[in-house]
Ligand binder design. Structure first.
Ligand SMILES: [Zn+2]
Length: 177
């Protein structure tokens, strides 16, 4: 199974909709591919938030789930940026700098929040194209829909926004679409 195929199956796997042999192939892939395993964990966390399950487990997990529900993009920020980079960004904001990424990040958070509201069946003030994209995100990944929307709104390549907000670490491959 390729990464692309694995990503396509993640959401269905979490909803227990996969045939046994597909599920086995996916499990094998996740055991050997850190990038897809990470994506799987992130999607699982979001699914938890979406289903509004009450946190029953250890405090950090409960906290992460609440954070994911209320501030979905923030979880990704904490998860993918090191503390030096977060500190650098905080200082740039406090110093009153005006960089494109600031507007991108603010809008990223708004769109993630809107996307999760839509998936819960709640209304959100976003355009129809984004609503459709969220209902059927490419490979079941909300991020793909969100960064595509950011690209449209700011007239920038989605991958430029994505790589700027969440710089890639190491050689991990990123599926932009
Ligand atoms: Zn993979």
């Amino acid at each position: 199974m390729t990464c692309e195929e694995a990503r396509d199956q993640l959401l269905d796997a979490q909803r227990a909709r996969l045939a046994p042999e597909t599920r086995a192939a996916l499990q094998t892939h996740l055991q050997t591919c850190a990038a897809c395993a990470h994506e799987d964990a992130a999607e699982a966390l979001l699914s938890e938030a979406l289903e509004n399950r009450l946190p029953q487990h250890a405090a950090p997990v409960a906290l992460k789930r609440r954070l994911a529900a209320e501030w979905p993009g923030g979880l990704k920020e904490l998860d993918t940026l090191d503390s030096d980079e977060i500190e650098r960004r905080v200082q740039a904001c406090e110093a009153g700098e005006d960089a494109p990424w600031m507007a991108w990040m603010a809008r990223y958070h708004e769109l993630m929040r809107a996307a999760l509201a839509l998936r819960r069946g709640e209304p959100a003030t976003v355009d129809a194209a984004f609503v459709r994209a969220v209902q059927r995100p490419a490979h079941g990944r909300l991020n793909v829909a969100v960064f595509a929307q950011l690209g449209r709104e700011f007239d920038v390549e989605p991958r430029t926004v994505w790589d700027t907000l969440f710089p890639r670490r190491g050689k991990v491959q990123r599926h932009y679409r």
